[in-house]
Write a protein that binds this ligand. Structure first.
Ligand code: PLP
Length: 397
């Protein structure tokens, strides 16, 4: 089949691919421990499930307004006020079937051939491919571990051209956990604001911060910044609702209207009763979040300590999100059977085959010297997984 060029330009999401590989091994009866997908292992809180049951019983099972019911928009507005001190009206908020589709619709509404989008690496796997699907060009800025995986002002200045349309900021970051301070964000804003470059802030990990780290939404840095920013967020991570597919955005009304138009031509609307569950998640009791974050904090410390005890692996303590992103260059050049380990894919293969543990190669996140573990899985799994990797590394010569 002769496929469109655009589809040949992209790859399947590496996190979904890694999860599929693990599932295929499980289907063969092999017991695989997966650190591949970024998905909290907690159950969705009961109050949220009840809201969905109630909505179904009440017959809320039909098409809805494209960008969400008015009460969902009000819950989103309430959330931004409560958590970020941001004021929006209904014309400035938008709901979709997950934050990924928010970014996709945003890209459809904004980007075309010739446009450049600045993406600091390591980045979330989908940013660059979504930009490529729109015929636009991702401009990848490689950040370094000794600067905490944060883009510097000089790096940003060097990446900006007259074609720069937008910049993507994901803080806390998937995969590195890098979390920008308010001052660091301000310094970046000073570069892009005068150039009228749109800021896309993916705040989906805002609740997952540790060691007293304070989250700042870039849009909260002033009215002028808010007017030039689209905030992307969702309920998937915060409320352990990955399967419900509800994400939301806030930003300029004309852009939200354009995304609404696009959405009427793709998914039509986010699932009706999931919207009602999202209202409960955003506006109802919030205590489940702190419980989950406290447990993730415990796992974070444990997994970092275990990884650092392994020869050839160096793992920094992340400040946010629920991933660790250890440097594995210490394993390069070692022999695994006939094979010489030389990139993150080799390490991922070694760990999957020898330890039956699934992780994601750093190459998918734009840096081949690292691998990513999600620690949003049980402590028992983490312990067992670490034991197995430690054993598997003994196969290297
Ligand atoms: C998980 C994730 C998303 C997508 O979340 P959904 O709402 O489940 O589509 C977006 N951005 C980042 C950085 C993520 O890790």
């Amino acid at each position: 089949m002769k496929l469109a060029d655009r589809v040949n330009r992209i790859k399947p999401s590496p996190t979904f691919a890694a999860a599929a590989k693990a599932a295929a091994m499980r289907a063969k009866g092999i017991e695989v421990i997966s650190f591949a997908q970024g998905e909290p292992d907690f159950d969705t809180p009961d109050n949220i499930k009840e809201a969905a049951y109630k909505a179904i019983r009440e017959g809320i099972t039909k098409y809805t307004p494209a960008s969400g019911f008015p009460d969902l928009k009000d819950a989103i507005i309430h959330k931004f006020k409560r958590d970020n001190g941001l004021t929006y009206d209904r014309s400035q908020v938008f709901a979709s079937a997950g934050a990924k589709l928010i970014i996709y619709n945003l890209a459809q509404a904004l980007f075309q051939a010739g446009d450049e989008v600045i993406v600091p690496a390591p980045y979330w796997v989908s940013y660059t491919d979504i930009v490529l699907l729109m015929d636009a060009t991702p401009v990848v800025v490689q950040t370094s571990e000794d600067r905490g995986f944060k883009m510097t002002v000089d790096q940003l200045k060097a990446a900006v051209t007259p074609r720069t349309k937008a910049i993507l900021i994901n803080s806390p970051c998937n995969p590195t956990g890098a979390t920008y301070t308010a001052q660091e964000l301000r310094d970046l804003v000073d570069v892009v604001l005068p150039q009228k470059i749109l800021i896309i802030a993916d705040d989906i990990y805002e609740k997952f911060v540790y060691d007293g780290t304070v989250f700042t939404s870039i849009a909260s840095l002033g009215k002028e910044v808010q007017d030039q920013t689209v905030v992307v967020n969702g309920v998937s991570k915060t409320y352990s609702m990955t399967g419900w597919r509800i994400g939301y955005a806030a930003g300029p009304a004309d852009l939200m209207a354009a995304m609404d138009k696009v959405q009427t031509q793709n998914v039509s609307n986010p699932v009706s009763f999931c919207q009602k569950a999202a209202v409960e998640a955003l506006a109802g009791p919030q205590d489940s979040v702190q419980k989950m974050v406290a447990e993730f904090d415990r796992r974070r410390k444990y997994i970092v300590q275990r990884l650092n005890a392994m020869p050839g692996i160096k793992c920094a303590m992340p400040k946010g999100a629920f991933y660790v992103f250890p440097n594995i260059t210490g394993l390069f050049g070692k022999k695994w059977g006939d094979k010489v380990i030389s990139n993150s894919g080799d390490v991922t293969d070694l760990i999957l085959e020898e330890a039956k543990v699934a992780v994601v190669a750093g190459s998918g996140f734009g840096n081949d010297h690292y691998i990513r573990f999600s620690y949003a899985t049980s402590m028992a799994n983490i312990e067992k997984g670490m034991d197995r990797i430690q054993e598997a590394l003994k196969k290297l010569r």
